[in-house]
Every structure is written in structure tokens, then in C-alpha cells.
Design a protein around this ligand. Structure first.
Ligand SMILES: [Zn+2]
Length: 227
């Protein structure tokens, strides 16, 4: 018998969350609840809710109200039951959302196992995001630090810097992270589910550190709650 595993992945943009999420998904069979993608998809449906979403999303720098995002996550969870567990990315983004998620999971008798915080400094985040380039055609991402001489995507598309990755926009997102999301870390610590991972190392080493937190043996899942 396999045990369920429910993880919140948390960290500022540029910390490598997306990459680590893909590795976890491949290995653990978790359902991926990525808030950004979920909101974009939901906004495509033409109904009253999507009108409100589009209105808010189009106002740059405005965070979605907790109630709206929570509604969407609950709908998603109700719809897509997964016995292996869940991986949350980009949600919860505020203390209110964290409490609401905990209450929802409790009601469904799903244990929240782990809060993985991939930590990088603001300086490193600014550096990484500033070096990010996106293909204008297929939207694939590249880093000028990893591939210095690359100007075009594998698909032939031109690589461009997103407006979101200009220094002012990055600074704004980091401020938001510290203001709204960082307080969740304190709550996770109290709940004894927080694990801090050093995000300023190679993808392989980050992944290795995450696996150490999971402690998976053949049939059993043991979480180390000592730190
Ligand atoms: Zn491309």
C-alpha cells in the first residue's frame, strides 16, 4: 500500500521551484496544483467568474483575493481526487490561504506532510530572473548564465526578456513574497512541516536535498520532523 503525500512548494521566483516540481511529479505521482496555470486556464472559460478573474489579472501587480483563489483550488481538488497526493506550487500565497487550505485538507482527512521552502537570496533572485529569456514562439525558458551564446530557441524562435523580468518588476514581486508569503513559513515551522532547502546550488543537489526530506522506503513514508 502506498501512502499519500501532500507537499507545499514555496520560494521566491527564480528559486527553481518549477524544475523541482517536475522532478517530484515524475517520481511521486502527485497531482500538480500550480496556481498560475490554474488561474490562466480558469480565466479562459467565459462565465461570470472568469470575467472577474480577467479583470483582476489584467490589473498588473494586483493579487487575487484569497476567497477567489481558494474557491478555485477547492473546485480543482474536489474534481481531481488523487490517491498519491498533491503538490502545491504558487499557492498558498498568504496566511489566510494557508489556514483555508489546512481546514479544507483536514475536512477531507488529507494530511499536509511537508512545506518545502527553496531559499535563495534576493540578490540571487534578481540575478537569475534578469538572465531569463523566453522564446517568443513556444515560450520555452532559457538562462543566459547557463547558455551564454544562445540567441534562438531550439524551435528557431527568437529569445526575449519578459517585461516581468525587468528589475523594477522583479523587485515588486520579491517585496510581495516577503510581505505576504514569508509569514506562512513561520506557521509551517509551528506545524512542524517546514523544510528549508538551499536553492543556491545545482539542480541535482537541490533535488537530492528534497529527496532526503521525503525519506521514502519501500512501503513506508517517514518524515523527519526533527528540524
Ligand atoms: Zn521556441
Amino acid at each position: 500500500m502506498k501512502f499519500m503525500l501532500t507537499i507545499i512548494l514555496i520560494g521566491p521566483q527564480g528559486c527553481g521551484k518549477g524544475t523541482q516540481a517536475q522532478i517530484l511529479l515524475k517520481n511521486q505521482g502527485l497531482m500538480y496544483i500550480e496556481a498560475g496555470a490554474m488561474i490562466r486556464q480558469r480565466a479562459l472559460l467565459h462565465d461570470k467568474k472568469s470575467d472577474i478573474l480577467n479583470h483582476i489579472v489584467n490589473q498588473k501587480g494586483v493579487l487575487l483575493p484569497d476567497g477567489i483563489i481558494m474557491d478555485m483550488v477547492c473546485d480543482e481538488l474536489d474534481e481531481k481526487v488523487n490517491m498519491n497526493g498533491y503538490l502545491f506550487d504558487g499557492f498558498p500565497r498568504s496566511v489566510v490561504q494557508y489556514h483555508a487550505l489546512k481546514a479544507y485538507l483536514e475536512e477531507k482527512k488529507i494530511r499536509l506532510d511537508l512545506g518545502l521552502y527553496i531559499h535563495i537570496s534576493d540578490v540571487e533572485a534578481v540575478k537569475r530572473l534578469g538572465g531569463r529569456r523566453i522564446c517568443a514562439v513556444c515560450k520555452k525558458g532559457y538562462s543566459i548564465f547557463l547558455e551564454q551564446n544562445r540567441n534562438t530557441c531550439d524551435c528557431g524562435g527568437e529569445l526575449k526578456k519578459r517585461i516581468d523580468d525587468e528589475p523594477e518588476a522583479i523587485k515588486h514581486r520579491l517585496e510581495e513574497f516577503h510581505k505576504y508569503t514569508s509569514p506562512i513559513l513561520e506557521l509551517m515551522k509551528k506545524d512542524k512541516i517546514l523544510k528549508e532547502i538551499n536553492g543556491e546550488q545545482s539542480i541535482e543537489n537541490i533535488s537530492f536535498d528534497i529527496k532526503k526530506c521525503l525519506h521514502i522506503s519501500d512501503n513506508n513514508l517517514h518524515l523527519d520532523a526533527s528540524s
